[in-house]
Ligand binder design. Structure first.
Ligand SMILES: Nc1ncnc2c1ncn2[C@@H]1O[C@H](COP(=O)(O)OP(=O)(O)OP(=O)(O)O)[C@@H](O)[C@H]1O
Ligand SMILES: [Mg+2]
Length: 261
């Protein structure tokens, strides 16, 4: 049994005017501590699938299992979902934003607060807890959002293009930070990205999707030599370039209409 199993997911969006087959027959899995990526062109159903795994959307067909169990609202804290935009509440301080998701008793809350503030410090943001989001840069806010996602100690992290709004240098730094933080806590994570290099540098396995309808096109196991390296070092390894070229060529075929596996 895998830690995360996605089994034969189909999803159709119905609107009064039309129905859209967003994703068709997707099955995949992740073991505990693995980092997997969903890579693919716009509209191939990456966010839809992430929302299904998070329990926010009920799929038309199929099921997802976390540790062998279907999602139940009481297990909400098991899954941390970090969205593309940071969604910090502007009227709340950084401390209040970070502690927002914690629904615990008084004592547990105090110790969770200590570890969340320590993580904020580890992530390079000491002494910001009493500031407001608009006093921080975009990269700083993304780091706060990451701490907030980790503060509830979820078993599974879902990251929907968390770096896409950042400048290149900040993005590379945050990739390393997220990678090392997740490895340190042995977290299982799913990253959604358009960026082939980011998927290779961060993941153990890459699921490449095609669009119209959204479906799984190919799966790439990232070589062990790259998996053990932090993303910045991975990008300098010759095997990185080889895999980049392979996926790049596939990407071109996917973007042609009617591409079949
Ligand atoms: N709420 C919705 N109602 C109707 N159709 C939707 C809805 N959300 C998404 N879709 C459609 O489902 C398909 C998949 O969308 P989704 O947002 O999952 O793609 P994506 O891979 O995340 O794209 P992007 O990379 O642009 O974020 C698209 O055709 C989209 O138009
Ligand atoms: Mg999306």
């Amino acid at each position: 049994m895998s830690f995360l199993s996605v089994e034969n997911i189909h999803h159709v969006y119905f609107t009064p005017a039309a129905s859209t087959l967003a994703i068709e027959d997707i099955s995949l899995s992740a073991e505990e501590g693995e980092f997997i990526s969903f890579l693919g062109p716009s509209g191939c159903g990456k966010t839809t699938l992430l929302s299904i795994i998070a329990g926010l959307i009920k799929p038309t067909e199929g099921q997802t299992l976390l540790e062998g169990e279907v999602y139940h609202p009481s297990k909400k804290q098991d899954i941390g979902y970090m969205l593309q935009q940071d969604y910090l509440f502007p009227w709340k301080t950084i401390r209040e934003n970070i502690l927002l998701g914690l629904k615990l008793g008084k004592n547990e809350k105090a110790s969770a607060e200590i570890s969340a503030l320590k993580l904020l410090n580890d992530i390079g943001l000491p002494q910001v807890e009493d500031q407001f989001p608009n006093q921080l840069s975009g990269g700083m806010r993304q780091r706060v959002a990451l701490v907030r996602t980790l503060a509830t100690n979820p078993k599974l992290l879902l990251l929907d293009e968390p770096f896409s709004a950042l400048d290149y240098v900040t993005k590379l730094k945050l990739e390393d930070l997220v990678f090392t933080t997740l490895k340190r806590f042995n977290k299982t994570a799913v990253l959604v990205t358009h960026d082939i290099g980011e998927a290779i540098a961060m993941s153990d396995r890459i699921y490449l999707f095609a669009a119209k309808p959204g479906r799984l096109y190919k799966t790439y196991q990232v070589p062990q030599e790259l998996r053990s390296l932090p993303p910045f070092e991975s990008r300098n390894h010759p095997l990185y370039t080889d895999l980049f070229q392979t996926i790049w060529k596939e990407f071109e075929t996917i973007e042609e209409p009617g591409a079949k596996h």
